[in-house]
Structure formats: structure tokens, C-alpha cells
Design a protein around this ligand. Structure first.
Ligand code: URA
Length: 431
């Protein structure tokens, strides 16, 4: 092991608001990954970082040390340029599903390593696993084969990629240290840089359903991540986007796959189509890809759908199979007439989770059919008795627990004058 330090010395340095040196950072990440530094010591350091922060040099070195803890993937053997997108996560955020095959249809190669949901935000792998037969775990060779044949692959990150982050993320989850900007930025960027993409678009969510509820903090996180990517030679841009209301009209695994397929068939909700197209154009532009066609055309002429079906089949799935449906459904109705003036993303996310779409601890099974269908979004006129949500669950007992989460999740005004919404795209940051 390079140099030897004392973990307590490093913890007290950060506790006392001092900068950590490059060798101290390299050592602590390496020693923690190898089990030489104990969880309780790393927990204390993480809390000191959450409270006292890290400067740009420290975050950059921390990120590099996490990348060096594992393998770095490489795609120079492909005849297409690689580009990826990462979202910090939100309610109903199924954008990766239509976006990856869409960018592939337009000429890009998308090597997307995704995660599972924890808490109120869903995970891309859980959504795709609702497709009968689809497999998330691929070897590096299989990943390359799918990327070569389909232009896009979405799969789980292998154990060899940024193992330091796997240990650190699990520890942050149980020590109240997830929402530290330097730790979020280094966690996300270590995985994306190690994944080997040459260009990256970050979708940093803000609003009640996001990690960063404050748009200014989301902008700060976005700028740090763009700087980390750019320094590592990845062409990185970020969009700060709205997560005050759920994206689209569904939250839940199979429900979101169904909605994504609608978008790939040229339909689907306006906000999903708009964000998918904005992100696709940014990805193609950032990577300098000579476009085979415009992304909007690829959604309308079936090319993006062809890429989707090929990608799902290549990972063992049947894109034409019937998706799982929950055993029970109930409706939540408007108790007055007027204009729907707000809909809280966080409440909808928690409700979908309580219905069984998400998990409360690592490794728990999710219900593929569970979730929420939204029938009206802010700005829509509603009459007393109209259905606002349909709840889907396998066990009827879940409905009672869910209704309390949704109790104050929407408001109806007489004339719509109180409608307050964040614009879909709030800020754009280029490296
Ligand atoms: N996603 C990650 O991968 N890491 C974080 O710290 C937060 C979101």
C-alpha cells in the first residue's frame, strides 16, 4: 500500500477544517476499499466532509482515487463515438429507456451502466427487469457485443467498476451522509469516468422530488461534475431540470416501460418527449456525432423503436411480451371542480414506493406492476369526481398506507391563478 497514514489523523484534519493532501486521499480510499480502515472511521470522515466540505482539488483527487480502486472500461474498438447520460434521479424519470435507443438510432454508441432504485426514486434496471426475460447482468464481453450490434446497452455495473464507491455509497446510506455535494459529485463521476464514455450529459434534477430541492444547489452540483468530467477528458455538459412534478404520467416499473414504449412509437406525454429530444440532441452534439437522422424523425419513423427492440432482445428480453399488471387498482378522485394547480413529485414518489414499486433495503424484491398512473397534471381542468390517480398494487393493504402519502399531494384552485411550476430546463452548463 502506497505511503501509510493514520486514519485518525486524516479524520481530525477534516474535522478541524483543514485540506486533505493528495497522498492522504489516495491512502484513505485505498485502505478503506481493502478493509484496512474501519467503517466507523470512514463514517466519521464522511460526516466531517459533509459538514466542512472539500475544495476543487480535494474532490478531483477523491474522484480519481475512487476510479483507481477498480477497472476502467475502454471503447476505442467501436466504429462509433460513445456518449452517455446520467440523471441524478427523480419521480417518473424513465428518460433513459427511450433515450439510449434513440441516440443509437441517430448514430451514437451508448454504454449505459445503470442502478436500482432505493427509496422514492425508481431505478432503470428495476424498470427494464419488468420485461419478461430481460437480463441486467452482463460480462464486459457481452456488453461490448450488445453495444456493437445495437448501438446501445443498458446494464448493471460489474463489481470491478469503482468498488470504493460501492462501499462508500452503502456507508453513506446508513450514516446520513448522502446529501454532501462533494460526495455525490465524486460518486457519480467516478462511475461515469470509469465507464469509459467519451462524452456525457448530466441531467441534474431539482424540485421537491429530487435530491437537490434547491435549484442553486443543483447548479453547484452540476458545475462541480462538469469540471470533474472535463478534467478527466470526458466532454461533459449538464442540464438542471425540473423535478417539482413527476415526469410523464406514470411512476412504477412496468407502467414506466409502457410509457417509454409509447414515446418510442411516436406518442407519449409532452414533457417526456421534450426532455428526451433535448437530451438526445445534447448527447449527439457533445460527442461530435455525424447524425444519421434528427432525433424527432427517429421517434416518428420507427428507427428508435427498432433499436429498442434489438437492445431488449440482445439482453434476453421479449419486447413484444405482455408487461406485468398489478392485481388490484383503485382510484383517487377530485373532491371539487376547478383547475389542478399543483402536484407534488415527492408525495407521488413515496406513494409509488409504498405501493411496492420500490424497495426500502438493498436486495428486496420490487413489484413490477405496482405504481401510479396520473390522469391530470397542473394546468388541467378537473370536475368533482374526476379520477386524478389510479393506484396499482398486488396487495390491497398497501392502498391505505399510500393514501396518506397522497393526501395533500395536489391542489385545485378555482381559476388556476396559483399554478407555480419550474420550467422544464432551468440551466445549461458546458465544460
Ligand atoms: N447517485 C450516485 O451514484 N451517487 C450519489 O451519491 C448520489 C446519486
Amino acid at each position: 500500500m502506497i505511503n501509510s497514514f493514520d486514519a485518525v489523523e486524516i479524520i481530525t484534519a477534516k474535522r478541524d477544517r483543514n485540506e486533505l493532501s493528495d497522498p492522504q486521499i489516495d491512502w484513505i480510499i485505498d485502505a478503506y476499499t481493502k478493509g484496512v480502515v474501519a467503517d466507523e472511521q470512514m463514517s466519521a470522515l464522511l460526516m466531517a466532509i459533509l459538514l466542512n466540505g472539500m475544495n476543487a482539488r480535494e474532490v478531483s483527487r477523491w474522484t480519481d482515487a475512487m476510479i483507481s480502486s477498480g477497472e476502467r472500461m475502454e471503447w476505442s474498438m467501436l466504429d462509433r463515438k460513445t456518449v452517455d447520460k446520467h440523471s441524478t434521479g427523480g419521480v417518473g424519470d424513465k428518460i433513459t429507456l427511450p433515450l439510449a435507443p434513440l441516440v443509437a438510432a441517430c448514430g451514437g454508441a451508448v454504454p449505459q451502466l445503470s442502478g436500482r432504485g432505493l427509496g422514492h426514486t425508481g431505478g432503470t434496471l428495476d424498470k427494464l427487469e419488468s420485461i419478461p426475460g430481460w437480463r441486467a447482468s452482463l460480462t464486459n464481453e457481452e456488453m461490448l457485443d450488445v453495444l456493437k450490434s445495437c448501438g446501445a446497452v443498458i446494464c448493471a455495473a460489474g463489481a470491478g467498476l469503482a468498488p470504493a464507491d460501492k462501499k462508500l455509497y452503502a456507508l453513506r446510506d446508513v450514516t446520513g451522509t448522502v446529501p454532501a455535494i462533494p460526495l455525490i459529485a465524486s460518486s457519480i463521476m467516478s462511475k461515469k469516468i470509469a465507464e469509459g464514455t467519451s462524452a456525457l450529459i448530466l441531467d441534474v434534477k431539482t424540485g421537491s422530488g429530487a435530491f437537490m430541492t434547491d435549484p442553486k444547489k443543483a447548479g453547484e452540483l452540476a458545475r462541480i461534475m462538469v469540471e470533474l468530467g472535463t478534467r478527466a477528458g470526458v466532454k461533459t455538459r449538464a442540464l438542471v431540470t425540473a423535478m417539482d412534478v413527476p415526469l410523464g404520467l406514470t411512476a412504477g416499473n412496468a407502467l414506466e416501460v409502457r410509457e417509454s414504449v409509447e414515446v418510442l412509437a411516436g406518442g407519449g406525454p409532452e414533457d417526456i418527449v421534450e426532455l428526451t429530444l433535448v437530451l438526445a440532441r445534447e448527447m449527439l452534439d457533445a460527442a461530435g456525432i455525424k447524425q444519421l437522422m434528427d432525433p424527432a424523425d427517429a421517434l416518428n419513423n420507427g428507427k428508435a423503436m427498432d433499436s429498442w427492440k434489438a437492445m431488449i432482445r440482445a439482453q434476453g428480453g421479449d419486447p413484444d411480451a405482455k408487461l406485468p399488471v398489478a392485481k388490484e387498482q383503485i382510484s383517487v378522485i377530485a373532491d371539487e371542480s376547478g383547475v389542478l394547480s399543483s402536484m407534488d413529485a415527492m408525495s407521488v414518489g413515496i406513494a409509488a414506493w409504498r405501493l411496492g414499486a420500490g424497495r426500502s433495503k438493498q436486495g428486496e424484491a420490487v413489484s413490477f406492476g405496482a405504481g401510479i398512473e396520473i390522469h391530470a397534471k397542473p394546468g388541467a381542468k378537473v370536475a368533482k369526481g374526476d379520477v386524478i390517480y389510479t393506484l396499482h398494487a398486488d396487495e390491497p393493504l398497501r392502498f391505505e398506507r399510500t393514501k396518506s402519502a397522497l393526501e395533500n399531494s395536489f391542489t385545485i384552485s378555482q381559476d388556476g391563478s396559483q399554478i407555480e411550476r419550474l420550467p422544464l430546463i432551468i440551466e445549461r452548463i458546458e465544460g
